[in-house]
Write a protein that binds this ligand. Structure first.
Ligand code: GLY
Length: 371
């Protein structure tokens, strides 16, 4: 199957899921390839809209536009529910209101996305120079000082806000957070911790810890993939060579540890007795990130290597992990590992689906996205 045929299949799946999804959003796949719907404060809420906006940008089919716009009231209303806000405001609003503004110029979408950027910037801890990930219940909760690798992707909302308003404070926060992530989460061998806890009052780095990976000292593959894509985006926005070098180091570490079909296991450092689930979402994010990284390089041989590696991952996903033979499927990729320790290990995932489409579009040479 060509990438163009895979995209057509993917858009057909989205088209037939639209009436079933209505104004709901997919959370996690069931074994019958339908999706559980999101509760009203889920971090994955925006990935369905992201797929709809990408499908609309590519096809101009109004069915995608109308479905994406039908999601908008939820995201506008959520701006007034700060108890549902955390570092994932970037994922939530880049793929919804920023996407809407980028494609349509809509001013209400722009105002909403800037409110989200303000809320994200408001979380910044200037002593530690980081944006804490999740929320906390008490002053002694480690989440007050917790950074996670995933947050690299949320910085895109701040970079967008800086470009939109001309106010450098958004960008300064994003750049500072990216440096702190390198200083704490990225290890000397270019593997990554999932999370790192700093003293929230002094900024002192304390300890690395996993939440969704195999072990504190292992390397969660989706985290590594967030880092490849996220540091490349930070380089593209900020032009800081340290960010690009970090993306390259993370990419080389991951590529040396992929199985034959190119689709990563859920962690790169599994012991022999550990469960060996694949994570198709990590593969999709990594493929998109490798195409993106290749586009930043002047070294043509290295760029060609990353593009070939991204295509190998995509080929593996298309050959072994798509739902295309199942007309009832509401998603695109099987075998995503959301959180293995909690038993979520073999599911369709909306972020896997979103990045599969982004990677397929990048494989076709598209460079215009919402981040
Ligand atoms: N950002 C959470 C995850 O990747 O599961």
């Amino acid at each position: 199957m060509t990438y163009s045929e895979a995209l057509t299949q993917a858009f057909d799946t989205i088209r037939h899921t639209i009436p079933k999804m209505g104004t709901d959003r997919p959370a996690i796949g069931r074994s019958d390839l339908t999706y559980e719907r999101c509760h009203d404060k889920h971090w994955v809420d925006g990935f369905w809209s992201g797929q709809l906006w990408l499908a609309y940008a590519e096809t101009q089919d109004p069915v995608f536009f109308e479905a994406a716009r039908a999601q908008r009231p939820y995201f506008i209303a959520r701006l007034d529910r700060p108890e549902t806000h955390d570092h994932d405001l970037g994922f939530l609003y880049t793929l919804t209101l920023v996407a809407d503004h980028v494609l349509t110029g809509d001013e209400e979408a722009c105002r909403g996305a800037l409110r989200a950027a303000d809320a994200l910037a408001g979380r910044y801890n200037p002593r530690g120079r980081f944006i804490p990930a999740w929320n906390w219940q008490s002053d002694s909760d480690p989440n007050r000082g917790r950074i996670i690798i995933d947050c690299m992707e949320n910085l895109n909302l701040l970079f967008w806000a800086a470009a939109q308003t001309g106010q450098t404070c958004y960008r300064d926060i994003a750049v500072a957070h990216a440096h702190t992530t390198i200083d704490t989460i990225v290890r000397a061998d270019a593997s990554t911790y999932h999370s790192f806890v700093c003293d929230p009052d002094t900024g002192e780095p304390l300890y690395g810890q996993t939440v969704q990976g195999f072990a504190d000292d292992s390397c969660w593959s989706r985290g590594q993939a967030w880092g490849i894509h996220g540091f490349t985006m930070a380089y593209r926005y900020a032009g800081n060579e340290r960010f690009r070098l970090t993306a390259i180091r993370l990419a080389d570490y991951a590529l040396a540890r992929l199985p034959d079909d190119g689709v990563p296991y859920w962690d790169f450092l599994l012991t022999d007795d550990a469960p060996r689930y694949r994570d198709s979402s990590a593969g999709a994010i990594m493929a998109a990130g490798l195409f993106l990284l290749a586009d930043t390089l002047n070294d043509e041989a290295k760029a060609a290597h990353y593009r070939a590696s991204a295509r190998a991952i995509l080929d593996g996903l298309i050959a072994g992990y798509t739902t295309f033979d199942h007309p009832q499927a509401e998603g695109l990729l099987t075998q995503g590992a959301s959180h293995v320790a909690h038993g979520y290990c073999d599911n369709m995932l909306p972020y896997g689906d979103y990045f599969f489409i982004e990677a397929l579009l990048r494989a076709q040479g598209r460079t215009a996205f919402f981040w």
